[in-house]
Design a protein around this ligand. Structure first.
Ligand code: NAP
Length: 340
């Protein structure tokens, strides 16, 4: 990537203590002087730092739970105290819940961790990124961003209907809309913003879902599902490739420019998501008594289109039997193929 005038070059990877993030951090050690990894578990962070210590960069660890926006603010202060600038920010941390869970701020936790925490962190680190310009922000999304047809404006916290993979896909759509809006807003600051799909990777992301977990670890799946190191390839490419100098607002898969869901091209939705996200992070800074947080955002008429999300009637999470039956059937077929 383009050279800064002088000085130490810093990169930061969220969710850097495990999975694709750890492998991304490993890849970045060959490109910058200092790699910061953010994780929530001190032991995993220490292990990861030890693991990465043989690379060419100094490793700095930062502890924060993205289910708390106050922790994200504190994290940003910690980073600013230790880094003079930031050439590469990889927004990689992500979670897939199997039950509706609230963040410490009372927001639906998938949206809070996967989108709101990164929205806040990136904005808090703007000065560091500007100081390193040309700098790159990389937003790790997923092919699942293509499931929802739009942001679920009229029930952003999925209080009426909740289903793990829809809500996860929705947060991944928010990642791409945010990435594109960031590209538009910061285009004159020398900061690029791109989103990507790492591919189908065997990692801990499926740990809460016994079926996907078993599928990911089955011998057949092992031959087609990527390793974490293979999954990190696109992140490392987008973060460091010289040919992507100045390229912004892109979506990448298999280390190539790819076509995202057309919903991500809706600039008005991107602008609106930015404003709503700002309201939500501001609201989280106010005193609160617990429970589900009131969502203060008022949405223009054209955005009250939650039904366009394409959710089946009724919450899937409350009707698990068909999925268990399908899962058992698929597992049976796999076992029959393997041992039959
Ligand atoms: N695996 C796939 O097939 C796949 C496909 C498409 C997209 N992705 C995306 O790739 C990214 C990395 O996922 P992965 O597959 O590497 O999964 P993973 O192994 O579960 O890694 C996710 C990372 O996010 C961190 N994280 C989760 N919740 C957090 C929280 N509340 N606060 C701080 N950190 C938190 C995890 O920390 P801990 O170590 O503490 O759990 C972990 O380091 C995610 O954004 C995911 O959506 C993955």
């Amino acid at each position: 990537m383009g050279e800064q005038a002088t000085g130490t070059r810093y990169a930061l990877v969220t969710g850097g203590s495990s999975g694709i993030g750890l492998e991304t951090a490993r890849g970045l050690t060959a490109h910058v002087d200092v790699v910061g990894i953010v994780g929530r578990d001190p032991e995993r962070l220490a292990q990861a730092a030890e693991d990465l210590s043989s690379g060419g960069a100094r490793i700095e660890t930062f502890q924060a739970d993205f289910a708390s926006l106050a922790e994200v603010r504190r994290l940003a202060e910690d980073i600013k105290a230790r880094f003079d600038s930031l050439s590469i920010l990889v927004n990689n941390a992500g979670v897939w819940h199997t039950q509706r869970t609230l963040s410490k701020d009372g927001y639906e936790a998938t949206l809070a961790v996967n989108h709101l925490a990164h929205f806040l962190l990136t904005n808090e680190l703007e000065d560091l990124l500007v100081a390193a310009a040309p700098a790159r922000v990389i937003n790790v999304s997923s092919s699942m961003h293509g499931r929802p047809k739009s942001i679920h404006w009229d029930d952003l916290m999925f209080e009426k209907h909740w289903a793990g993979f829809w809500v996860y896909g929705h947060s991944k759509l928010a990642n791409v809309l945010f990435s594109n809006e960031l590209a538009r807003r910061w285009k004159d600051l020398g900061i690029t913003s791109n989103a990507l799909n790492p591919g189908n990777v065997r990692s801990r992301i499926t740990r809460n879902n016994w079926f996907l977990n078993a599928l990911h670890r089955s011998p057949v799946a092992r031959t087609i599902i990527l390793t974490e190191a293979e999954g990190a390839r696109t992140s490392i490419y987008v973060a460091t490739s010289p040919e992507l100098e100045g390229v912004t607002g892109g979506y990448f898969h298999k280390a190539k420019l790819a076509k995202p869901n057309s919903a991500t091209e809706d600039a008005e939705a991107g602008r609106h998501l930015w404003e709503v996200s700002q309201q939500l992070v501001d609201e989280a800074a106010k005193p609160w008594t617990g429970g589900s947080r009131h969502v203060p955002a008022t949405f223009p008429r054209g955005f009250a289109q939650g039904s366009r999300l394409g959710l089946p009637p009724g919450p899937l999470s409350m009707r698990p039997l068909p999925f268990i039956a399908l899962g058992a059937l698929a597992l049976g077929v796999i076992i029959a193929l393997l041992f039959g």
